[in-house]
Write a protein that binds this ligand. Structure first.
Ligand SMILES: Cc1ncc(COP(=O)(O)O)c(C=O)c1O
Ligand SMILES: N[C@@H](CCCC[NH3+])C(=O)O
Length: 424
């Protein structure tokens, strides 16, 4: 079903590098909540296209693959596939969903891949453009056993980690990538086995925003280049490097957006006079500010420390605050917000865990029962990391597209929760 919305959230010709929560029209979000209930994810596909356009402009010479893990809803994937980007996938499930959505180029980054995933991806590669990135010598053996002879990247552990939280700094975590001193040996093994080794891959982490961390991008590229040179010493010429994703977006009002042109220049400078085919694989950057989570206030409880505002979305809908202490902007959608006094609040969900808070110590117009609140930057790693813990059905997802809204994912029901269980 499609519904007209009064006005699509502002899509300006200028394509600003950031869209703040305040830029979303409250009346439209209230209408959508009235029609579809809460909690509700709203994803603006026009904004996703804008984010893609800025990336393509800054990295016009690079192969850009969308990291599907940021948001794998079919309608989002279709929108991104239509812009001509490729897909970076972390599992066979993501590969299948990306191909179904129409991506014609897939990069599968196999992290400790289950055999079932390798079987599926190798099977699909017979008919599709799929390259596989391996981060362990064992994965080469397991691919050879399956008769794989396609395009391959070797993921290196760059020893350079960056990102918004220690749990997302993969570049220094030995779980990810081949250690530097083993890279040349793994590349020669892959070549001897007859794989079409295209190049090296590295990823520093996720949510890299500030200026210091641009240095992390430079250091990562410099390390990859060093390893490409080392491999060249063994007479294998690599013609591509993929420097991963991790491009951050501002979650706080005080943060500035990443300057993509500066980032692209830093990467090119670090590549030096070599001219390998450059690949990048951003996820968050495409979808984060294209999404909000709309939630309704159920309880308001004044306490000596704070006003506890109980809403109907929690860590099962948006895990990031509980998992990473991530900051998401939060805003009242009531029409008389300006007339209310401001109070200090802690916004909590309905889950039986003290980690279940969406925001702590936030000033909000005094919330009342049934008010609607919006949580910003919910388009990346939001619905994707939702769970049914506490037997809570997952929220619905609405797409805004060219002035219309449609359901991208229906609200899960309590009956859905038991659909995998055997008959008793
Ligand atoms: C290998 C790889 N590529 C790309 C990404 C996308 O990261 P982001 O969404 O921060 O751009 C990730 C996630 O951190 C990743 O692990
Ligand atoms: N899930 C993380 C990003 C991790 C990306 C995967 N390597 C987040 O919400 O910030």
């Amino acid at each position: 079903m499609t519904t007209e919305v009064a006005s699509a959230p502002s899509v300006t010709a200028a394509n600003p590098p950031v869209r703040r929560l305040a830029d979303w029209p409250a009346a439209d979000l209230r209408d959508l909540a009235a029609e579809h209930g809460t909690p509700l994810y709203v994803l603006d596909h026009d904004r996703i296209r804008e984010n893609g356009a800025r990336l393509r402009q800054a990295f016009s010479d690079a192969e850009i693959s969308y990291a599907v893990k940021a948001n794998a809803i079919g309608s989002v994937l279709e929108t991104i596939a239509d812009t001509g980007l490729g897909a970076e996938c972390a599992s066979a499930g993501e590969v299948v969903r990306a191909l179904d959505a129409g991506f014609d180029r897939v990069r599968y980054t196999a992290v400790n891949p289950p055999g079932r995933d390798l079987d599926r991806v190798v099977g699909l590669a017979a008919d599709h453009d799929i390259a596989i990135t391996v981060g362990a010598s064992d994965t080469l053996d397991r691919l050879a056993e399956r008769g794989w002879a396609g395009e391959l990247f070797v993921r290196v552990n760059p020893g350079v980690g960056a990102g918004h939280h220690e749990k997302v700094r993969t570049g220094t975590d030995p779980k990810f990538g081949v250690p530097g001193e083993r890279v040349a040996a793994v590349v020669s093994k892959a070549t001897e086995r007859g794989f079409d080794v295209r190049g090296l891959h590295a990823h520093a982490g996720s949510g890299i925003l500030d200026t210091d961390d641009l240095d992390a991008h430079r250091a990562l590229v410099a390390r990859v280049v060093e390893l490409v040179d080392e491999v060249a010493g063994t007479d294998v010429a690599l013609d591509a490097v993929n420097v991963g994703g991790g491009f951050g977006v501002p979650y706080r009002e005080t943060e500035s957006p990443l300057d993509l042109a500066t980032l692209a220049a830093a990467i090119h400078e670090a590549l030096g006079d070599r001219d390998p085919a450059l690949g990048i694989e951003p996820g968050r950057y495409l979808v984060a500010d294209a999404g909000v989570l709309v939630t309704r206030v159920n309880t308001v409880k004044p306490t000596p420390e704070t006003t506890v505002v109980g809403v109907d979305a929690g860590m099962t809908d948006l895990l990031r605050p509980a998992l990473y202490d991530a900051h998401h902007a939060i805003r009242s959608l009531v029409s008389d917000a300006d007339e209310r006094e401001t109070v200090s609040t802690t916004v909590v969900g309905p889950v039986c865990e003290s980690a279940d808070a969406l925001a702590r110590d936030r000033e909000l117009p005094a919330p009342a029962r049934d008010d609607l609140l919006a949580v910003g930057n919910a388009g990346a790693y939001g619905y994707e990391m939702a769970s049914t813990y506490n037997s809570r059905p997952r929220p619905a997802v609405i797409a805004l597209d060219d002035g219309e809204s449609r359901v991208s994912a229906r609200r899960e029901t309590i009956d859905d929760l038991t659909r995998l269980e055997a008959d008793r």
